[in-house]
Design a protein around this ligand. Structure first.
Ligand SMILES: [Zn+2]
Length: 460
C-alpha cells in the first residue's frame, strides 16, 4: 500500500477518498461480521486509470479505477463491484491463498505469475503451462479461485440487499460493460477478465435477484459530483480538460437537476485546473443554485445531503486557496474555512483546508495550536505533519520544522529520510534542550526500525 500511495496513478484527492470511504463503510456495515474477529479496518481509494477495474489488496485495501467510477451510472452499479471485492476481503481469500501455498510446501512465485499471464493470453496457453512441472499445483490454484469468486458474489449480493441497493441492475451492468468494450476495443476490461460473465455466474445472480424484492433507490448528489471530479482528475492534460468539458456541456442538457449541477461542478473544476479562478467560483455558485429547492417545494437530493454540501464547501475553499488569489482575500477565506470545519467536523480534507487558510493569512500561532491538536487526534496523516512543518518554517522555528518533517516521512514509510531530517533538526541553532532529548529518543527508535527492515529484506 505504501508503494501504491507513491504511484502517480494513486488519486490523492480528499473529496473522492472521503466519498469512497463513506460509501465503502456503509457497504461493509451491511454485512455482519465483515470486520472479522480482529475488527479489521477497510480503506477505499481510487486509481487514475481509464480501464474498468477494481481490486482488493491484503489488509482490507480496496481500489476502484476512475474508469469504473465513470462507467457506473448509479450507486447500485458501483456497489455491485465494490461489494464483490469486500466479499473477497471478508472471506479472507487472499490470506487463505497464501496459507494454502505454505501447505503445498512450494508454489514458486514465478510459476504463479506465469499462470496468471498465460490465462490472460488465452485458454490454450494456460493448458500449455499446466502441462509443465508445476501443473497440478496451478490447477488447484485456479479451482480455488473459482470457488472464491462464487463466494465473493454471494457476499456481495447479500451486502447489496441489506445495504438497500437495487440488485436488479447487476447483471445488466456487467453485460453493458462487456458489450461496450466489444464495440470500442478488442481489450476485455481487467475486472471482467478476472471475473468472466459465465452463463453459470449470470444464472446464479439472476436466481438471487428473483428472491429479492425490487427496490428503487435515489442516489445522493455526491455520487454525481464524485464522478465529475474523477472525470477531470483522470486526465488533467490540456486535451483531457477539453474532452471533459465536452462531456459536461452535453450533460447540461440532461433533464435531471442532479446531472446539471454535477456538470456545472465539473466545469468549475476544469476552470480551476486552468487557473481561471473567477470563472470557477461563478460555475460553483451556479451548481449550488441548481440544487437549491424552489420556494415551498420539497426537494430531495438523496440520502446524505450533507456529503454533497461538504463537497461544495470544500470546492469553494479549494478555489479560494488556489495560487493566484489576492492576499487581501485571506481573512475572509479563514472565516469561511472555520465555518466549514464547524459544519463538517468529520471531513479530514476541510480540516486541512482550515489549517492552510490559517497559514496563508499569517495566523501562524493559531495554525500551530490547531495542527498540534490534529496530529494528536489523527496519528496516521503525513499531510498534517507537512502542514505543521510549513507553519514552523514560516515562524522561523528550524528545529521544530525538521522534527515535524521527520514525522511526516516516517508516516510515508521513508524512515532513512526521516533520520536525515532529525540530524538537520539537531544541528539547528534554535534546538532547545527539550528538542534535543526528543530528537535523541526518536532517532534511536528509528535506527532500530531501519535495522529491522534490513534484516527482513535479507530474509526475503
Ligand atoms: Zn472477484
Amino acid at each position: 500500500m505504501r508503494d501504491v500511495r507513491r504511484d502517480p496513478a494513486f488519486l490523492d484527492d480528499d473529496p473522492i477518498l472521503e466519498y469512497l470511504n463513506n460509501f465503502g463503510s456503509a457497504l461493509v456495515a451491511a454485512y455482519p461480521g465483515a470486520r472479522g474477529e480482529t475488527g479489521a479496518d477497510f480503506y477505499f481509494f481510487a486509481m487514475r486509470d481509464p480501464m474498468l477495474n477494481a481490486f482488493a489488496l491484503p489488509g482490507g485495501f480496496i481500489a476502484a479505477h476512475t474508469g469504473l467510477l465513470l462507467a457506473a451510472q448509479n450507486e447500485s452499479e458501483l456497489a455491485s463491484v465494490m461489494s464483490h471485492e469486500i466479499g473477497h476481503v471478508t472471506q479472507r481469500h487472499i490470506a487463505r491463498m497464501i496459507g494454502q501455498q505454505k501447505q503445498d510446501a512450494l508454489m514458486p512465485l514465478a510459476a504463479l505469475i506465469l499462470a496468471a499471464l498465460a490465462s490472460k493470453a488465452g485458454p490454450d496457453a494456460a493448458v500449455g503451462v499446466m502441462m509443465g512441472g508445476q501443473g497440478l499445483q496451478i490447477q488447484r490454484q485456479l479451482n480455488f479461485s473459482r470457488d472464491a469468486e462464487r463466494e465473493a458474489d454471494r457476499v456481495g449480493f447479500q451486502i447489496m440487499g441489506s445495504g438497500g441497493y437495487d440488485t436488479s441492475g447487476m447483471v445488466g451492468f456487467f453485460q453493458r460493460l462487456q458489450t461496450a468494450t466489444k464495440v470500442y476495443s478488442d481489450l476485455t476490461p481487467p475486472w471482467l477478465m478476472s471475473h468472466p460473465l459465465t452463463s453459470e455466474r449470470i444464472a446464479d445472480i439472476q436466481a438471487r435477484i428473483r428472491e429479492t424484492p425490487f427496490r428503487q433507490r435515489v442516489d445522493g448528489l455526491e455520487f454525481h459530483l464524485v464522478r465529475a471530479r474523477a472525470r477531470v482528475l483522470q486526465d488533467v492534460s490540456t486535451q483531457g480538460l477539453i474532452d471533459a468539458t465536452k462531456v459536461f456541456e452535453f450533460q447540461l442538457t440532461n433533464q435531471s437537476r442532479q446531472q446539471q449541477a454535477a456538470a456545472q461542478y465539473g466545469l468549475a473544476l476544469v476552470a480551476l485546473k486552468r487557473g481561471e479562478l473567477t470563472k470557477a467560483g461563478d460555475l460553483l455558485a451556479k451548481a449550488r443554485a441548481t440544487m437549491k429547492p424552489a420556494a415551498g417545494a420539497v426537494f430531495s437530493t438523496g440520502q446524505s445531503t450533507s456529503d454533497a454540501a461538504s463537497m461544495f464547501a470544500s470546492m469553494s475553499l479549494e478555489i479560494k486557496l488556489a495560487p493566484g488569489q489576492p492576499a487581501s482575500m485571506a481573512p475572509l477565506t479563514v472565516k469561511e474555512a472555520e465555518q466549514a470545519y464547524q459544519q463538517f467536523p468529520l471531513s479530514r480534507g476541510i480540516a486541512r483546508q482550515y489549517a492552510k487558510a490559517l497559514i496563508a493569512s499569517g495566523q501562524l500561532d493559531k495554525a500551530a495550536v490547531f495542527l498540534r491538536e490534529q496530529v494528536r487526534l489523527y496519528r496516521e496523516e503525513p499531510k498534517l505533519y507537512e502542514l505543521l512543518a510549513q507553519t514552523y518554517a514560516a515562524q522561523g522555528k528550524l528545529s521544530l520544522q525538521h522534527i515535524a518533517l521527520a514525522e511526516s516521512y516516517v508516516l510515508s514509510g521513508a524512515v532513512p529520510a526521516a533520520v536525515d531530517q532529525l540530524t538537520i533538526a539537531r544541528k539547528a541553532p534554535d534546538a532547545s534542550f527539550y528538542d534535543l532529548a526528543t530528537i535523541d529518543a526518536r532517532e534511536r527508535e528509528l535506527q532500530e526500525r531501519v535495522k529491522e527492515e534490513k534484516k527482513e529484506n535479507k530474509e526475503r
